[in-house]
Ligand binder design. Structure first.
Ligand SMILES: [Zn+2]
Length: 85
């Protein structure tokens, strides 16, 4: 089973967020009846989500520790006591 090339193009347009609403409804109609395109769309969405979640890791690993170390000592003690109670 192969899908029309323009439908595949629509999937990529849809993921780019650059799709006219009439094309979007055409794509959704096709996806409802076509498991291959549904899977393709889900795979693409998964990899996009993965890329977006890993891009958060660009902050240095010790970022939070550095922020805590730079807090005035008094404030640190107060906030820790607050958590302990
Ligand atoms: Zn299809």
């Amino acid at each position: 089973m192969s899908c029309p090339e323009h439908i595949v193009q629509l999937i990529h347009k849809y993921l780019d967020g650059d799709i006219p609403s009439e094309d979007e409804s055409r794509l959704k109609k096709h996806i409802q009846s076509c498991e291959g395109c549904r899977k393709h769309l889900h795979e693409m969405e998964k990899s996009i989500a993965l890329v977006q979640s890993t891009s958060h890791l660009t902050a240095p690993a010790n970022f939070t520790a550095n922020v805590l170390a730079n807090l005035p000592k008094e404030k640190r003690t107060v906030s820790i006591n607050r958590w302990v109670k």
